[in-house]
Design a binder for this molecule. Structure first.
Ligand SMILES: [Zn+2]
Length: 348
């Protein structure tokens, strides 16, 4: 099983995150990707760089003005505000109003929270994170059974036209849209501990992309506003969204029980290809976790996903700098490779 990664993804360097009334060191650090990259190398996974597919595949799921905004936002900020920290401050209300030409106005217009500060390398990092996901999808379309895209920064909170929850471009959604060029029905299975609210936003009225998101109940846990069990899609997407919510403190057994409900629903939908939004922040020692997942649980998920038999792009989402991040990624990916070896000829 191949892995895709580009070193330019390390260039987004957020420093601080305002959480529950206090600044904390920003959890979404480049070191996350470095730890996983080094684990891949140590375990003999071939790592390849993505091609440049341009911004069209990103604009296929995101507002074009939103994508273009990121290209020179940092330079515009510096020209206007100097070395002040570029954190979104002015956000539109429920009656959205209109987009201002000001960098201050646009920074808030294109973000629902303060979690994606602009840094000098943000554009490059988010662009190559998306290209990594596109490359993983392209390899799957070319016939590889499973490919791992080490996307960083993560993507599943990014809405159609707004950053949210450390995410700017929705890498998994971009990959799913790419897969639609070959496969009529694509499913996204999101096992990050947070709701895939951005993926939900993008595909909510689409019947060709099924989203199953397994996450801690948004009534009591970020992202708070989307991902409730009664949100099932709308219009042509009616029934193509499935939110499986977990209670804080829940056990691995109950997580796996809900996970299997998700697999059954994806099979029922008739998915021809799969994107996994692969977060490791359900881990019991992840700094953001409120549930009790262990490496053994991640191994079970990995094997059962392979046994679904679908062409699959694994796209990295969350999982933060706790003691077991690299270990859980290693357990998940080596178990996937092992399970794949039982079902297909050995790769040459
Ligand atoms: Zn997460």
């Amino acid at each position: 099983m191949k892995a895709i990664f580009d070193e330019r993804q390390l260039k987004h360097t957020p420093q601080r995150y305002f959480r529950r009334g206090a600044y904390i060191p920003h959890p979404e650090q480049a070191e996350r990707a470095i730890l996983i990259r080094d684990m891949l190398l140590a375990n003999g996974f071939p790592i390849e760089a993505p091609q440049d597919y341009g911004d069209a595949p990103i604009k296929a799921v995101h507002d074009a003005g939103y994508v273009d905004f990121w290209k020179d936002a940092y330079e515009r900020w510096v020209a206007e505000a100097g070395d002040a920290e570029p954190i979104p401050t002015y956000h539109p209300g429920r009656r959205a109003g209109r987009r201002s030409d000001s960098i201050y106005g646009q920074l808030g217009w294109y973000a629902t929270d303060t979690s994606v500060p602009l840094t000098a390398g943000t554009w490059e990092a988010i662009y190559w994170s998306a290209q990594t996901a596109i490359e993983a999808a392209a390899r799957v379309m070319a016939g590889e059974r499973m490919v791992y895209g080490l996307s960083r920064p993560p993507g599943h909170h990014a809405l159609h036209d707004a950053a949210n929850g450390f995410c700017a471009f929705n890498n998994a959604a971009v990959a799913a849209q790419k897969l639609r060029e070959k496969f009529a029905k694509v499913a996204v299975l999101d096992i990050d501990t947070h709701t895939g609210n951005g993926t939900l936003d993008i595909f909510y009225e689409r019947g060709d992309v099924f989203l199953c998101s397994l996450h801690v109940d948004p009534a009591v846990y970020p992202t708070y506003y989307l991902g409730y069990a009664d949100e099932c899609g709308a219009g042509e997407g009616e029934g193509a969204t499935l939110n499986l919510t977990l209670q804080p403190g829940c056990t691995e057994e109950s997580i796996l029980e809900r996970f299997r409900e998700g697999l059954a629903a994806i099979t029922e939908f008739g998915a021809e290809a799969l994107v996994v939004s692969l977060g490791f922040d359900m881990a019991n020692d992840d700094p953001l976790s409120e549930v009790k997942m262990t490496g053994a649980g991640f191994e079970i998920m990995a094997r059962e996903i392979v046994r679904m038999g679908l062409p699959t792009a694994l796209i990295q989402e969350g999982g933060y700098l706790g003691p077991s991040l690299a270990k859980n990624a290693e357990i998940y990916l080596t178990a996937s490779r092992d399970e794949l070896a039982k079902t297909e000829p050995v790769e040459v």
